[in-house]
Ligand binder design. Structure first.
Ligand SMILES: Cc1cc2nc3c(=O)[nH]c(=O)nc-3n(C[C@H](O)[C@H](O)[C@H](O)COP(=O)(O)OP(=O)(O)OC[C@H]3O[C@@H](n4cnc5c(N)ncnc54)[C@H](O)[C@@H]3O)c2cc1C
Ligand SMILES: *[C@@H]1O[C@H](CO)[C@@H](O)[C@H](O)[C@H]1NC(C)=O
Ligand SMILES: *[C@@H]1O[C@H](CO)[C@@H](O)[C@H](O)[C@H]1NC(C)=O
Ligand SMILES: *[C@@H]1O[C@H](CO)[C@@H](O)[C@H](O)[C@H]1NC(C)=O
Length: 537
């Protein structure tokens, strides 16, 4: 790869300020033509707004319509590489032309950071890196960054009914973003996060070098397992340790309204779900029950949904002993295979394994999510206060999900990987609100309702810092500047919430592997040195 001379550097520095968008695109494409000796081999993977398929390629992996509007900035160029050797020239040409890179795998980022930003940028869409290779004997899989979790689960099930992987529930999530931000699912109490089970990785750094665990070293390998991949380079693939699951698992779902003592049950759940055997995962989703005609509030309903790694005959005595109040009976339970339980949790028919291979959800709408970690049980009256907020009209399509921790999550040290929410965490709360095109005009009201709820729970959740989860990205908790300097102080406002004390080590790794802070975004890890953004190449 060519390195630009000092005079070229200065030249680009001066002209950047007067460049139009069209100029920038032209210069970037010209650079690609020079870098690829056989440009024809890549031109069919390069989309600019003049290509008729540009919008459909851009929107294909968008999972939140909040980021597809008239005023949403779009990339100058989208590239869908097919081979890793095609990526270093993209990084080189983006650097040369002062374009930010957004790498996208599954497009599930809550704030759309993998395909939206306010400064000129290109998207490297990893959609063609979608292979998963399972070695059932070694209990290992190779997962390319653009492969979805559904594909991973499907390929595992193809090879073995007794292997699984502890990652997220939604089958269209991409491995690239998910594993690099942590990745939890119904198996994390037993086996930890997806990132805890990554044993090797392949990535490309800012200098275009292709690295594996050995050549990147343990610090960078640590950082990309939970610190967010986007700050460090482009992840190509992961090697993961598969985990044992029984041939038969059991699921149950029990729903209770406020009139059926939902509040007392949720209160009890806080003491039980994080402490119970790690084979049992009981999640609670709470939402309003609306009247059919006018959407008026009727009551709140809590859905307790569980996965047990074993048969009904073992589950029933366990849950009846440890959580008798829930009143689970045999009729509530269904035995199935682990891969079927993935479909069950998504509300898909459990026989329809092909659903797992689809890259698009049947319905994509608008949403905003926020997260909290809870370390002390929340008193009943606080839940009652939450229900009161849910009576407001703007809470019509909102919910909260309580995700239990404990089990092995308590045993893994806080600094094992950048994800710090371990011992002492009882559960995580996901607050979310949803809307559709029809009521897009209400978006602002719905969002401020969600922020009001988050404000209301402040005294009852983790503090100093109020912890957050990078995979539930939330730009409300703080951002870097769009342009110019990113100070440690400014970034640590959000950084300590996601990473607690691991933030400092992430900054240290970042400073070594990307000292000029090329791979940056609204919530990317900063470098120690103050960097003004000038001469940033
Ligand atoms: C419907 C839904 C359900 C979810 N369920 C869960 C769940 O059960 N458990 C859970 O833990 N999380 C869950 N999430 C959150 C999800 O884990 C994160 O949004 C995750 O980052 C998505 O990864 P992605 O590749 O799909 O997203 P993307 O939007 O493609 O990427 C997310 C971030 O990672 C970066 N990135 C992506 N690919 C690469 C790469 N190859 N190299 C470097 N950086 C990269 C992006 O630039 C961006 O910053 C859910 C999200 C949604 C929308
Ligand atoms: C987009 O248009 C350019 C210019 O016409 C062409 O060279 C390129 O192959 C097109 N890209 C795709 C993906 O069709
Ligand atoms: C709710 O709890 C009260 C008091 O513990 C109990 O008397 C009542 O039967 C419960 N109601 C339901 C529907 O379980
Ligand atoms: C947040 O909550 C506090 C009380 O806990 C209240 O004083 C304050 O006004 C609230 N802020 C907003 C923006 O709702």
């Amino acid at each position: 790869m060519k390195t630009p001379s000092i005079s070229t550097l200065f030249f680009f520095l001066f002209v950047t300020f007067s460049w139009s968008v069209a100029d920038r695109t032209d210069h970037f494409l010209k650079c690609l033509k020079e870098e690829f000796h056989d440009y024809n081999s890549i031109s069919s993977l390069v989309y600019t707004p003049t290509n008729s398929s540009y919008s459909s390629v851009l929107e294909f992996s968008v999972q939140n319509l909040r980021f597809v509007t008239e005023s949403t900035p779009t990339p100058l160029v989208i590239i869908t590489p097919e081979h890793e050797s095609q990526i270093p020239p993209l990084i080189y040409c983006a650097k040369l032309n002062h374009l930010q890179i957004r790498t996208r795998s599954g497009g599930h980022d809550f704030e759309g950071l993998s395909y939206v930003t306010q400064v000129p940028f290109i998207v490297i869409d990893m959609i063609k890196f979608d292979k998963v290779t399972v070695d059932a004997e070694q209990k290992i899989a190779l997962v390319e960054a653009g492969a979805t979790l559904g594909t991973l689960y499907y390929r595992i099930a193809e090879k073995s009914p007794t292997l699984g992987f502890p990652a997220g529930a939604c089958p269209t999530i991409g491995a690239g973003g998910h594993f690099s931000g942590g990745g939890y699912g119904s198996l994390h109490r037993k086996y930890g996060l997806a990132a805890d089970n990554v044993i090797d990785a392949r990535m490309i750094d800012v200098n275009g070098r292709i690295l594996d665990r050995k050549s990147m070293g343990e610090d960078l390998f640590w950082a990309i397992r939970g610190g967010g991949g986007a700050s460090f380079g482009v992840i190509l693939s992961w090697k993961i340790q598969l985990v044992d699951v029984p041939e038969t698992v059991t699921v149950f779902a029990v729903q209770k309204t406020l009139e059926e003592n939902a509040t007392q049950l949720i209160h009890r759940w806080q003491y039980i779900a994080p402490k119970i055997d790690p084979e049992l995962f009981i999640l609670v989703r709470v939402a309003r029950v609306n009247s059919d005609q006018d959407g008026a509030y009727i009551t709140m309903r809590a859905a307790f949904t569980a996965l047990f790694l074993g048969g009904i005959d073992k589950l029933l005595p366990l849950v009846q002993e440890k959580f008798p109040e829930l009143g689970v009976v045999r009729e509530d339970c269904t035995e199935m295979s682990w891969v079927q339980s993935v479909l069950y949790f998504q509300g898909f028919p459990i026989e329809a394994l092909d659903w797992l291979l689809k890259r698009q959800q049947p319905y994509v709408g608008y949403f905003k999510g926020k997260a909290d970690y809870v370390r002390e049980p929340i008193p009943e009256y606080v839940f009652e206060g939450i229900w009161k907020l849910f009576k407001e009209p703007d809470a019509k399509d909102a919910d909260i999900v309580l995700i239990p921790y404990g089990g092995i999550m308590d045993e893994i040290p806080e600094d094992a990987i950048p994800f710090p929410h371990r011992a002492g965490t009882l559960y995580k709360i996901l607050y979310a609100t949803y809307w559709s095109k029809q009521n897009a005009q209400d978006a602002d009201k719905v969002l401020s309702w969600l922020r009001k709820l988050y404000n209301y729970t402040t005294p009852y959740v983790s503090k100093s810092p109020r912890e957050a989860y990078i995979n539930y990205r939330d730009l409300d908790i703080g951002v870097n500047n769009d342009k110019g300097e990113v100070s440690y102080k400014q970034a640590s406002v959000w950084g300590k919430k996601y990473f607690k004390n691991n933030f400092d080590r992430l900054v240290w790794v970042k400073t070594i592997v990307d000292p000029r802070n090329f791979f940056r975004n609204e919530q990317s890890i900063p470098t120690w040195r103050k960097w003004t953004g000038k001469g940033d190449i």
